[in-house]
Design a binder for this molecule. Structure first.
Ligand SMILES: [Zn+2]
Length: 289
C-alpha cells in the first residue's frame, strides 16, 4: 500500500478526480503571469474552485478495473506499468535541472496529473545538466522553491537519490545513504516524505529494494517509454504503441512546456486519458501484503 501521510490524503481525495485531458482545450489561464506567481483571475471569469475542492487531477480507477501487482515478499515491488485495460497512461518527470515556471502554470491550470522524481544535485544545480533539449534558461533558478511550487500545483514529489549514481555499483550502506538522505531532504524542503523511488538509469538490485524499505519507500517505479525533446515518445516495446497502463518518463529539460503540450495532445489524439498514479498504485497494490 502507498500510505504516506500525503499519499493517504491524495488517495482519499481521488474519487473526485477528473480527467486532465478534458480540460486542456478550455484552459489558458495564467499564460501572462509572472514566473512563480499564482494565476491571476481572468477578467470576467467565475472564481475557480481551489485544488482541495477539485481533488487530485487525472483519471481514477473504476471498481475492478486494476489488476494486482504481485508482492516481492517483504521488499518494495518494482513497477514499470499499471495493470489495466483502460486506455490510461501515467506521466512522470525526473531530475529537476530546468526550472521553468511556465511548466508549473501548465500543470496547475490544466490539472495535469504528473509525479516528479527529484534529485538533489539537479534541483540545487550542483554540476551541469545533460544538454539534451537545448540551452537551459532556468537551470537552478528556483531550487527547492521551484519544487515547492510544483507541490503546490498538486505534483507529488518523490525520491530519485541525491547524486544520481548507478546504484548497482554501490554497496548497501552507500545506497541507503542516497535513498534515506534524499527522503530526509525532501521531507525538510517540501514538507512531505516520499513514498516512491525511481532508480537512476533504471538500474537497481536487491540492496536497492532493501534500502528503499529501510527508508520508508513503498515501491520502485520504472517506466515503459521515455519522452524525447520535441514530445516524441521512445518506446521500450517493439510495436511502438502506447499501451494501457504505460508509465511515461520525461525530464525537466529546456522547452519542456512546449514539448509537454505536444505530448499531451498526442496522447489525447490516440484516445488515452492521463491517470492519477497514486490512485492507480493504491488499487494495484491493494492485496499485495
Ligand atoms: Zn534521472
Amino acid at each position: 500500500m502507498i500510505t504516506g501521510r500525503s499519499g493517504g490524503a491524495r488517495l482519499a481525495r481521488a474519487g473526485a478526480g477528473i480527467t486532465a485531458v478534458a480540460l486542456l482545450a478550455a484552459c489558458t489561464a495564467g499564460q501572462g503571469t509572472a514566473p512563480g506567481t499564482a494565476s491571476a483571475p481572468t477578467a470576467g471569469a467565475r472564481p475557480q474552485p481551489s485544488p482541495e475542492e477539485l481533488g487530485p487531477p487525472g483519471a481514477t480507477p473504476r471498481p475492478g478495473e486494476v489488476g494486482r501487482i504481485p508482492s516481492s515478499g517483504s521488499l518494495p515491488p518494482v513497477i514499470s506499468s499499471i495493470p489495466t485495460r483502460r486506455k490510461v497512461v501515467f506521466l512522470t518527470i525526473d531530475d529537476g535541472w530546468e526550472q521553468d515556471p511556465g511548466f508549473v502554470r501548465q500543470v496547475r491550470d490544466q490539472r495535469i496529473p504528473i509525479t516528479a522524481f527529484v534529485m538533489r544535485d539537479a534541483v540545487e544545480a550542483i554540476g551541469a545538466p545533460d544538454p539534451a533539449g537545448g540551452q537551459g534558461r532556468f537551470v537552478g533558478r528556483g531550487k527547492w522553491g521551484y519544487v515547492r511550487l510544483l507541490r503546490d500545483a498538486g505534483v507529488p514529489i518523490e525520491n530519485h537519490t541525491l547524486t544520481h549514481p548507478n546504484l548497482r555499483t554501490l554497496g548497501y550502506d552507500a545506497q541507503k545513504a542516497e535513498l534515506c538522505g534524499s527522503s530526509r531532504l525532501i521531507g525538510k524542503e517540501v514538507g512531505v516524505r516520499p513514498t516512491l523511488f525511481r532508480p537512476p538509469f533504471g538500474t537497481y538490485n536487491t540492496d536497492t529494494q532493501r534500502a528503499a524499505k529501510a527508508c520508508g519507500l513503498q515501491a520502485l517505479l520504472l517506466w515503459t517509454a521515455t519522452v524525447q525533446p520535441g514530445g516524441k515518445i521512445a518506446y521500450q516495446v517493439p510495436d511502438k504503441r502506447l499501451r494501457p497502463g504505460d508509465i511515461l518518463l520525461l525530464h525537466f529539460r529546456p522547452n519542456l512546456a512546449r514539448d509537454f503540450r505536444i505530448l499531451v495532445s498526442k496522447i489525447k489524439r490516440r484516445g488515452f486519458e492521463l491517470g492519477n498514479l497514486d490512485a492507480y498504485l493504491k488499487a494495484a497494490l491493494r492485496r499485495a501484503k
